[in-house]
Design a protein around this ligand. Sequence first.
Ligand code: COA
Length: 318
Amino acid sequence: MGFRVLGTGSALPARSVTNDDLSEFLDTSDEWISTRTGIHSRRICTTETLDDLALEASRQALDAAGVHADQLDLIVCSTTSGDHLMPAEACAVAELLGASCPAFDVSAACAGFVFALDVADGFIARGRASRILVVSAEKVSRLVDWTDRATCVLFGDGAAAAVIEAGGDNPLAIRLSTDPSVETLHVPGVPGSSPYDQTERPAQHLFMEGRRVFKFGVNAIVDAVTELCAEAHVAVTDVDHFVFHQANERILSSAVSRLGIDDARVARALAETGNISSACIPLALDRLVRAGELTSGQLVVLVGFGAGLDVGACLLRW
Ligand code: COA
């Protein structure tokens, strides 16, 4: 048995930070950021907690699905930037929603939404759950070094969610993969204060080899689209929407030109959100749904990629 998506939701912090805002304290410019990344502004948490954003996105998804929190059998959250190291962000969402089902997090960085969807699908396949909330929530602004112009300009905060239900034939195809490399893109863990710890304690900031991630991202999209469509016996030209991780406009346009796909079918949200890690894909989906552009029966390919280096990709019939 597979699943169908009943409803989606999303939430962003109120504060929009433009490229010009960043150039007030960084040696950068709107011209550099816009042309190298396609990002013009990003939403950054000021008074909002990540719990607030995750709750709002989840409430919207439940409303759209017509499902009450006490009807949920499971809550899976994807995050690497939760408000608490423990318990899981999903536990905070459960408490705030008044749900009493099991709740836990999946950590697969920017590929997290598809990994979480696959975990949820496994619970459905084993008959352990029939209604599941999958929520991706990220406060990347707490992970980046705000003096590093090569990384902090790329990211933003936000959350997005989907409620899925047993039934239907999704996913038509799904692929998860890891090309293991911690060094390429990572955030060190909490250093702690153990008097016994003699290991190195690196700076508590996101580190990234930008060029390596760029090439990895383009290849991830091209390979995933080709392989998923072949596996499901679907022509790439028959896919109605492509929802790729929103890391950099140049990654999207390189993949589009290598695949030869119709650019109008490729979802874009990053100009005003930046890279919100695992929340990028469900947020773009929610926007398509609310704009009436993603409708029942259409085919949509999701491809997330990032630290790990993880790739999570799937083909869904909406
Ligand atoms: N403003 C101005 N100059 C900047 C800058 C900024 N915000 N960030 C970097 N630069 C400078 C660099 O210092 C470098 O200067 P130098 O030539 O004097 O040394 C120059 O711009 C070129 O840097 P480079 O890193 O080669 O640029 P790039 O074209 O590769 O673009 C990224 C950098 C980060 C935008 C690009 O590599 C990228 O998007 N990679 C993928 C990152 C990503 O998406 N990560 C998350 C994936 S989940």
